[in-house]
Design a protein around this ligand. Sequence first.
Ligand code: GAL
Ligand code: ZN
Length: 662
Amino acid sequence: MRRWPEDRLAFGGDYNPEQWPRETWTEDVDLMARAGVSFVTLGVFSWSWLEPAKGEYEFGWLDDVMDRMADADIAVDLATGTATPPPWFSHAYPQSLPVDHDGHTLWPGSRQAWCPTAAPYREHALALTTQLATRYHDHPALALWHVSNEYACHNIPCYCDTCAGAFRVWLRERYERLDRLNDAWGTAFWSQRYTDWAQVLPPRRTTTFANPTHQLDYSRFQSDALLVFFLAEKAVLTRLSPDVPVTTNFMTMTRFRHLDYHQWAPHQDVVSTDHYVVDSLTHPRAELAFSADLTRGLAGGDPWMLMEHSTSAVNWQPVNRAKAPGQTIRDSLAHVARGADTIGFFQWRQSQAGSEKFHSALVPHAGPDSARFREVCRLGEIARRLGEVRGSRVESRVALLWDYQAAWAVGGPAMPSARLDYAFVAETVHRLLRARGVTVDVVHPSAPLDAYGLVVVPTLYLVTDVDAAHLADAAESGAQVLVTFFSGIADQDDHVRLGGYPGAFRDLLGIRVEELFPLSSDETARLGSGGEATLWTEDLTATTATVLDRYASGPLTGRPAVTRHDVGAGSAWYLSTMPDDASLDAVLGDLLDAAGVLPVLPGLPVGVEAVRRRSPDSSWLFLANDTEESHEVDIAGHDLVTARDVDRLHLAPGEVAVVRER
Ligand code: GAL
Ligand code: ZN
């Protein structure tokens, strides 16, 4: 085995040599050296090549590739290959195929067509993992194990009969007695009372709104079921290859919410994730930053790996445009700024055939004589120079709470408004803080909060008593806390906390809400401060809080809209609506002032981003010009992107710098 590159930021990506003849492998190694590739992820979709028939393994080709990587001094992140079973497997074990909400089987023909509780899948996956671990545990190229790939990308929720049985087992562990399940699920409603475990099914398509707690538990169960599979593979690796760290690549894009990554992250030796820029979003760069800040939160603030992103276009949007010149570097460094110590891509060489032939790669269809490959080579050089930032941590005094279980619950059926998406307020606040030059840690509600001057609690619809008390403690001990509408409403069983909203935070906030008035898409509410609000309003009474702003139009005219409640050494602020950007930004400005949180680099032009990473004896400022104009920034130090000392930095549109500060 070998160590993950330590003198540079590891740079590389998924390498799928089985798509190419051997002559190409020779060229690959030469081009990898030219590009400065220092790691590859091998074998992610190689099962049908490694085990062409049940129990018959062919490792010769992989031995060859592993040896080539060792000779070229390229570290291998070796996949267990279990992401997609071969056709012979699906043919022999059709009961392992996933089944959708409507009872339709998802057939093989693409990838990940396996059910998260299928015993034959598990057995065969563990057999392959055992073979690989036995064969390669001491190979000189092996530096990391990559279990499966992007768990849950396509195969959950599965509603098959096997999952039904496994769900009952999971429920018996959680509730022990059926009457506890009946209480948790509120089955007194609509005659849903269960009298035997056998009556409990997955929440398959039904006549109208399904039981929300039933659905919530199913999401928890499916995430746990896949985690059990991950842990089973990991156990094999830890037994046979104890010296090599293990990871599986997450998908921390804000719209992917099938797994509760806060349950998964503690089981990773290093947290790794994949991120793709979705052009169709209104604020794609803000989404990238959010996702990276969330990944850092999952890693507990430690450096993490960007396992995959794209050098240029993806091919899974309706329209897929190439990235602008320089954007490969800029996107990569945006992740590094926020704590990534590895820059990975899907994939090394753009496929000639198959479903991803129009997805970009490090070596494009045009070949190495291309602007994109030259940019890739430049990124490789930068990654080498950036070695000194490895292990440093991102500075932040603002936390934003994110909880997959709250997301599941608030996305449940029959809510006050179908217009509310879990991520919306979180992303808006994060975007505005980022525009103010403030770095945000996105963390779970149970994370330690003492390092933060400001804690933002967006749409935390579901919260446990323990986490609610933890937040109140943070305010008591001096934090400014901002809670936004439709938070603290329900407990972990999705039972509404009675006595007035927002039950869990009523005392902390010094308010009481009797009724909710969500707005339709053509409605707005004016605010006394002059702004305009959308999406949501609430009939709020300030019991002990101070009113900061009021509604100035509509049915709630004169009622409080924004409040502040001083508690202990801190304050708890409440936002009962969604103000326009300028009004929300003004509130955030007041919060930052109260918290004493300054921008990373005060005085920067709007649209120039600055994030600082710090080690015990150095600090680096990551700057990115996300505007259409050139900007000058007063900063003295050494820029690792251009390898030049600077006193004053000139940043062209889209340009980035990493300045080691003096
Ligand atoms: C990821 C996946 C890769 C590739 C990539 C394309 O979801 O892990 O195998 O499909 O997306 O963007
Ligand atoms: Zn299933």
